[in-house]
Design a binder for this molecule. Structure first.
Ligand SMILES: [Zn+2]
Length: 304
């Protein structure tokens, strides 16, 4: 039995992976800076969004994109603040968020949830990409790990790192800059230019669509109305964007559940497509049929 979810977008991702390994591709990437609030900045290049705290204590970053970009990330951070890179927090283990660890981890201490270190320490297979990822070198491994939560007191505020289980992967953390009013949600939240986007849920890394929806519902309850939200990918979002995303998750799950209950097969549900109101959510790399597959997998496969 083929338990590989998301098989439809494997060709697209293989192409993306090949492209991502191309030096010429990285040579063209520039790291851009968007000031968010207080000393918090959003850095973007290729891969997951980087959140950076700069100030009197030095520099702390959340995620570090792909390995070939580490030098450019370091240069951009030095432009923002000449102080030392003290801490690197990984929101989860996947390479578009931890690729810079090996190089930048020689400067700052890497912090992540226990399962991030476990997955980086051993060979992994990402089923959706049909990709085997070798164990990371020692320099890339988190040196400070935690099970549920941890706080870093840095640049005049408490930075709360909160683990939520089995969402995008089994090691996701949200990083909340409590005084600045900014939170980085890693890949539990995908944002587009017009609206939130369908998420990528990596079932082979312990992710689950239904739990992801619960996690987002929980974090919405914690956040103040003026919070600024750094998504794993895409532009900054607001609490209203996150609420719209949560509604899209929960309604999408119920929609596919109703089709399964009506006796439809996965192929039939994909052929029918989703209601037009979610059209803009499928403009990223997760299309409507991928999102249907992710939900269907969560509803029909036994929990791990
Ligand atoms: Zn990502």
């Amino acid at each position: 039995m083929n338990k590989t979810p998301l098989r439809l977008f494997i060709p697209l991702l293989c192409l993306a992976t090949a492209q991502a390994q191309d030096k010429a591709f990285y040579d063209k990437i520039q790291i851009t800076d968007t000031p968010v609030a207080g000393g918090i900045h959003l850095l973007q290049g290729s891969g997951g969004n980087i959140g950076a705290s700069v100030g009197p204590d030095g520099v702390l970053i959340v995620d570090d994109q792909f390995a070939p970009l580490a030098g450019k990330i370091r240069a951009k951070l030095k432009e923002l603040d000449p102080g030392p890179l003290r801490f690197i927090i990984n929101t989860h283990w996947l390479g578009d968020h931890t690729g810079g660890n090996a190089e930048l981890g020689t400067e700052g201490s890497i912090i992540a949830q226990d399962n991030v270190r476990k997955r980086l320490s051993a060979e992994q297979t990402i089923a959706a990409f049909k990709q085997t990822v070798p164990a990371a070198p020692k320099a890339a491994l988190p040196v400070i790990t935690f099970a549920e939560s941890l706080s870093v007191h840095f640049n005049g505020e408490e930075i709360r790192v909160l683990h939520f289980p089995h969402g995008h992967t089994d090691g996701d953390s949200f990083v909340w800059f409590t005084k600045s009013g900014v939170i980085h949600l890693g890949d539990e939240f995908f944002m587009g230019d017009k609206s939130p986007r369908f998420p990528f849920v990596d079932a082979s890394s312990g992710g689950d669509v239904q739990q992801l929806a619960k996690n987002i519902g929980e974090v919405i309850k914690l956040l103040p109305p003026d919070i600024k939200i750094i998504p794993g990918h895409g532009p900054l979002g607001t609490l209203a964007d996150l609420k719209a995303y949560h509604l899209m998750l929960t309604e999408g799950i119920e929609y596919v559940r109703s089709r399964v209950a009506a006796g439809k097969t996965l192929d039939q549900i994909k052929a029918e497509g989703l209601p037009a109101k979610w059209q803009d959510c499928g403009t990223g790399f997760i299309k409507a049929e991928n999102w249907i597959e992710e939900i269907h997998y969560s509803l029909t496969q036994p929990a791990k």
